[in-house]
Design a protein around this ligand. Sequence first.
Ligand SMILES: [Zn+2]
Length: 230
Amino acid sequence: MANILQHFWSLVFPQTCIVCNERVLVQGEESICTYCRSRLPQTDYHLHPANNVLYQQLVVHLPVKYALAYLLFTKSGRTQQLLHHLKYRDMPELGEELGRWYGAVLAEQAFQHHFDAVVPIPLHKEKLLKRGYNQSYHFALGLGISLGLPVWPEVVVRKSASETQTRKSRLKRWQNVEDIFEVVVEEKVAGSRLLLVDDVITTGATVLSCAFALKEAGCSEISFAALATA
Ligand SMILES: [Zn+2]
């Protein structure tokens, strides 16, 4: 019944693609039209997972197995627009859709055999309450579906902003975030090969901070996957 209603709704109020804002979505398209999908600024990091700019950037701080990213920020602003919808337009399903697409790309290269689980970077509790969902979790869910891997959002938590305020005296930005994350299910993390997922990786400070916490808890390998990177 819900499907019939949805179908009727879409006839009365046709949905347009969130990237071009022009083309009406047809059956099988969820939020992005096929034309725009084929023109997303994808990286080729899945072909060089241990030899790309993101990998080089992260590996100087921590032993990293692979660094992956689906999209690049471009002048056209398509990636920025997608992220804006994902974060501020109440579209968690967009994260899952993009995650499924990228997961399919990674599955073609047999990446599923290199990880035991996908772990999304947790949001601050305050942000989670405000937004209502963690966009990185939904991207991770999509990756997990296409790769056939479990998603473990429960293994690591992010301390609240007020708890970390007291650590502001530290000098470097990325030492500031060092103690933000806490592993709470050590028995799952220990010995596991984890794919740590964030929506955006720029400086890498956040993902590295979380990776350190997971390493300390005994995970055997860390890889990174971002929805977008600069
Ligand atoms: Zn479009």
